[in-house]
Ligand binder design. Structure first.
Ligand code: NAI
Length: 325
């Protein structure tokens, strides 16, 4: 068997962590030939709960799982890490202003960015903890790890959009390609159907503008709130599934004639200010993301991409003022 891949999961005792860890141990993150060693990072108060999860992982008798270690120290947890799933974050509490939220998360993602300096040369980082895009920016800005290794998760939004389209057209999600999420993982995101194909054929001209603006876009962008309303708790298993999809695609590549959505550091493509961690249509090959180039952007799309990336630029200004980037 190959040597194991070291996968760090922060916030391992949380609800996404609980859904995520067992799928990683089953081989869904990297492929069913790749052994893994899990490293669970938690805050000291939650270490005991993470140790409980580690006991259950042991009881799963997963053939690919080569060991589980629990840490409350980021430097130790990330030492030699090949994959970092940064799930643990500080949630917004009642009455908390955005600047306070960004500052509290800066207190987590700045030291984690620094701790990632001890990771393996090939480390891949996915930030799930919100505000994911700006948390990824903070981690990347405080690390010597190349910026193209830092990503934030918009795959859940992408998957939500695929599911809504599949319902609308009465097809399976696997028949749909070239869906795009642009911008921030927030209500300002832009789920863009302009290039969507079903069974390889364009469908944009069959999509009614009112359905698009009044139903589809807000439903996808506010799906997180809908889940909280109905489930009584925020999305967990679907978020874990999207994190698995994101890393699996990063490592194993996108399908032929298709792309996916991921928030990566902007190179200025499509007028998205350079350096922002923004969602784009991307392909993955040989462990590298590439932004799909040459797409026509309508006025309708331009306005929405700008609105979401302006929000990201404002978040960057706010964390700059706090000395976090
Ligand atoms: P949770 O509250 O159940 O778990 C979070 C865990 O993180 C807790 O166990 C906490 O102790 C831990 N934690 C906090 N600070 C930490 C630190 N410095 N180091 C290590 N662990 C730390 O939350 P849940 O439901 O698991 O969600 C986690 C994050 O994912 C939240 O920020 C949530 O908003 C975000 N999220 C992002 C999505 C996306 O699409 N990007 C989708 C769904 C959730």
């Amino acid at each position: 068997m190959a040597s194991p891949v070291n996968v760090v999961v922060t916030g391992a005792a949380g609800q996404i962590g609980y859904a995520l860890l067992f799928r990683i141990a089953s081989g869904h993150l990297l492929g069913e030939d790749t052994p893994v060693r899990l490293r669970l990072l938690e805050i000291p108060q939650a270490v005991k709960a993470a140790e409980g999860t580690a006991l259950e992982l042991e009881d799963g008798a997963f053939e690919l799982l080569q060991g589980v270690d629990v840490y409350d120290d980021a430097t130790q947890a990330f030492d030699g890490a090949n994959v970092g799933l940064l799930v643990g974050a500080r949630p917004r509490s009642k009455g908390m202003e955005r600047a306070d939220l960004l500052e509290a998360n800066g207190g987590i993602f700045k030291p984690q960015g620094e701790a990632l300096n001890g990771a393996a040369d090939d480390v891949k980082v996915l930030v799930v903890g919100n505000p994911a895009n700006t948390n990824a920016l903070i981690a990347a800005s405080n690390s010597d790890v190349p910026k193209d290794r830092f990503t934030a998760m918009t795959r859940l939004d992408h998957n939500r959009a695929l599911a809504q389209l599949a319902n609308k057209f009465g097809v399976g999600v696997g028949q749909i390609s070239k869906m795009t999420i642009w911008g921030n993982h927030s209500a300002s995101q832009y789920p863009d159907v302009s290039n969507v194909l079903i069974d390889g054929k364009p469908v944009a001209d069959q999509i009614d503008q009112t359905w698009l603006t009044d139903e589809f876009i807000p439903r996808v962008a506010k799906r997180g709130a809908e889940i909280i309303e109905v489930r009584g708790a925020s999305s967990a298993a679907s978020a874990a599934a999207a994190a698995i999809d994101h890393v699996y695609t990063w490592v194993n590549g996108t399908r032929e004639n298709d792309w996916t959505s991921a928030a990566i550091v902007s190179d200025g493509s499509y007028g998205v200010p350079e350096g922002l961690v923004s969602s784009f249509p991307v392909t993955a090959k040989d462990g590298k993301w590439e932004i799909v180039q040459g797409l026509d952007i309508s006025d309708f799309s331009r306005e929405r991409i700008d609105a979401s990336t302006n929000e990201l630029a404002e978040e960057r200004e706010a964390v700059k003022k706090l000395g976090l980037v």
